[in-house]
Design a protein around this ligand. Structure first.
Ligand SMILES: [Zn+2]
Length: 588
């Protein structure tokens, strides 16, 4: 992320932009002391823990940890790439990004916008095809599948005719280069040279991203030819499994309902949607991916899955369950009878019936157990143990001990065995951690708990640049035991030496990882101290970090001494022991 666009331009933009104005363009902010507050747009909450500092030009959520500067907000909230966020804010602040200096990444962003435009042209082309007299049969096909005319228009459904080159000709007449059509995945090269339309004789479903830009297409046959669906290939703007179909339209409904219904296909989405079930998305594939779940988690932590009533649907649901649980999402499942899908359920039994099924969705426990009961014999001891071990794989994914306990109790009851045995099996699954213990120095640096003295000292240094030199006389960046704090201190130190700006909002342009950013923002929202308390607090922090440094040096020496002992290296051992004594005597 850093280094591609000249630093001075980034700083220029950040110094002119008002993060409060940027963020309040998307969510309502309320004044709260020196800062602004809101319900976090990145996780679901009822009381505001999302803070914005006008003074520091940063935001931080105390609930989910999401934090950053104005660029980062646009990247996260609007799913922009970094160069795109820079472009948007440059425009807003009147900073001119020189064309010839446009870095590679910015060019990539402009390729993305070109591809979006080509796709848009293709959408209108396909859409027009569907609304000419000759397309009556395609239109009738959609109507016969229960799709209303209004829905056809709302989703910009279209038609690819049986011609091999009609899209190519249309785009050519609009001066779109063939190379761009190919990069958009709309055309394919012929063996004999030249190109042909990828989609022919199919209904076209444009796929929109969360910002309602067309990123790809799904295309469905109107008869029983196989394959039933073909989709756009992976392109610079379309990656399978990164998007959720319909989320651009349903995200606000999902947030309001605090629940998302997940279906598999386009029609499974559209039929309930047009009947008023608006908090719905389609996964467009079999199992949900981690990226899709993360995307959804910005709006809700509750999902109901309703997949096709066939083996593929069952397997996809089971695979998704474990990732959902690992991501802390509450999940319920609606099992459908064989041969039925959400689309046919709504058409044949009405939307009320669909809603009732959603309300009465099974817990994931009951759902999985039912499937396993169908596979294994509950009366047989081996069957029971199979069921238990597969259920435990899922139960083990729960982070929450109380939930795990409840499910263990339930599982023991279901398979009529003692809870004690179930627990014993669960313990076998818990992975031991000897691999990490083998390298104590490293694991100590990566432990998630950060010494409060390190955090506080970073806050002071960020607030008072002059302090950095003073602290660096006493400590070095490597004395900070946490890898994140060490990274921040070392960066601040380098920047100060180079005479550069270390404003928190600028500092985070240098980090590619979220955790360092998060820490910078978090410290900025820590309560301020009175001036007269500050001096003492700074000295206390330095002293405490020194104590920790001594402790870790001792530990390190201790390990080295042990190693020297076991390898029988007398000379080294004596030197290390001497060093150890010196360290203790010195007490530094
Ligand atoms: Zn949050």
């Amino acid at each position: 992320m850093p280094g591609l666009i000249p630093e001075n331009l980034l700083e220029d933009i950040l110094s002119r932009v008002d993060i409060v104005e940027v963020i309040s363009g998307y969510i309502p902010l309320k004044k709260s002391g020196r800062n602004f507050k809101a319900n976090c747009p990145f996780h679901h909450e009822k009381t505001a823990s999302f803070m914005v500092s006008a003074e520091r030009q940063i935001y931080h959520c105390f609930g989910c940890g999401e934090s950053g500067n104005a660029f980062k907000f646009l990247m996260r909230h609007e799913r922009m790439e970094f160069p795109e966020a820079v472009e948007v804010l440059a425009k807003k602040t009147g900073v001119i990004l020189p064309e010839q200096n446009k870095p590679e990444a910015a060019r990539a962003a402009s390729l993305s916008s070109q591809l979006h435009k080509v796709n848009e042209l293709a959408v209108s082309f396909y859409e027009n095809n569907l609304h000419v007299p000759g397309a009556a049969s395609a239109c009738n096909y959609l109507l016969s599948r229960g799709i209303k005319l209004q829905t056809i228009k709302e989703f910009h459904l279209g038609l690819a005719t049986s011609n091999w080159d009609s899209l190519i000709n249309c785009l050519r007449s609009k001066n779109v280069p063939l190379s761009l059509m190919e990069q958009a995945g709309l055309v394919l090269p012929k063996d004999a040279g030249g190109f042909y339309d990828r989609f022919r004789n199919r209904i076209i479903f444009p796929i929109f991203d969360i910002r309602s830009r067309v990123i790809g297409f799904g295309a469905r046959v109107m008869d029983n030819t196989l394959p039933k669906y073909i989709n756009s290939p992976e392109t610079p703007i379309y990656t399978k499994g990164r998007n959720l179909f319909g989320l651009n339209l349903s995200k606000d409904f999902i947030r309001d309902a605090d629940c998302a219904i997940i279906v598999e296909g386009y029609l499974d989405f559209m039929v309930p949607y047009q009947e008023g079930v608006k908090n719905i998305v389609a996964s467009q594939g079999t199992a949900l991916t981690l990226e899709q779940i993360k995307l959804l988690k910005r709006y809700t932590h509750n999902v109901v899955m309703i997949y096709d009533g066939d083996t593929a649907g069952e397997i996809a649901t089971l695979r998704s369950l474990d990732i959902l649980i690992e991501e802390g999402v509450n999940v319920k499942v609606v099992p459908l009878p064989k041969g039925m899908d959400p689309d046919s359920l709504v058409r044949n039994q009405g939307v009320e019936n669909f809603k009732a099924k959603i309300d009465n969705a099974s817990s994931l426990f009951d759902y999985k157990l039912n499937i396993l009961k169908g596979r294994y014999d509950m009366k047989d001891a081996h069957g029971k143990s199979k069921i238990a071990s597969e259920m435990l794989l899922t139960i083990n994914k729960f982070d929450n001990a109380i939930l795990r306990g409840e499910y263990i109790k339930k599982l023991a009851e279901e398979i009529k065995t003692s809870e004690h045995y179930v627990l014993e099996e669960l313990h076998k699954l818990k992975s031991p951690v000897p691999a990490r213990q083998a390298a104590p120095e490293i694991s100590a640096r990566n432990k998630p708990q950060i010494n409060p003295a390190e955090k506080l000292l970073i806050k002071f240094m960020l607030e008072e640049k002059e302090l950095i030199a003073k602290v660096m006389q006493e400590l070095s960046p490597s004395d900070f035991q946490d890898s994140r704090t060490a990274k921040i201190v070392s960066l601040m130190h380098d920047l100060v030496i180079q005479g550069k700006n270390i404003e928190p909002s600028v500092l985070m342009n240098y980090f590619s990882e979220d955790d360092a950013n998060q820490l910078v923002c978090e410290t900025m929202f820590m309560p301020d101290l009175l001036d007269q308390e500050k001096e003492k607090a700074i000295n206390d922090c330095i002293a405490r970090i020194k104590v920790e440094r001594l402790k870790s040096r001792r530990q390190h020496l201790h390990v080295q001494i042990k190693n020297a002992q076991s390898s029988g290296d007398e000379l080294k051992l004596n030197r290390l022991i001497q060093e150890f004594h010196n360290l203790i005597k010195k007490g530094d």
